[in-house]
Design a binder for this molecule. Structure first.
Ligand code: ZN
Length: 126
């Protein structure tokens, strides 16, 4: 690229001008900060963090309420990832969230059963 200070022509990989030593202004590359690449927008962004969050919550409080949506969302997203219409970035979080969701679903009736049993025990028979 051509130096804006002294006019020296530099190779594209140098960051300091060979002629005057001043930093070369980054050329039109700065357009990278603009909106997302058009080619990238066709790929749907994953919802891994949401699914993971649901999965964790499903274990600690509400297995059936959050575990089922986490499971369904994860299955749908993993299918899209296999088909290549969704970004693979959050695949691991999606998988983990799905596993947590399933654990939450399985664990929840046990927890409910236990607390119900304790409640029945603590309540005097009428
Ligand atoms: Zn220069």
């Amino acid at each position: 690229m051509r130096c804006s200070h002294c006019g020296q022509t530099n190779e594209s990989y140098v960051t300091l001008c060979v002629g005057c030593g001043r930093p070369l202004a980054p050329a039109p590359q700065a357009a990278r900060t603009g909106p997302v690449d058009p080619g990238y927008s066709t790929v749907e962004q994953g919802r891994g963090s949401t699914i993971l969050f649901f999965g964790i919550l499903s274990i600690i409080l509400a297995g059936l309420i959050l575990g089922i949506p986490a499971w369904i969302m994860a299955r749908r997203d993993l299918k899209k990832m296999r088909a290549g219409t969704m970004s693979m970035d959050e695949r691991r979080a999606t998988l983990t969230g799905m596993v947590f969701g399933i654990i939450g679903i399985l664990l929840n009736p046990v927890l409910w059963g236990l607390s119900l049993a304790l409640f029945m025990k603590a309540t005097p028979q009428l």
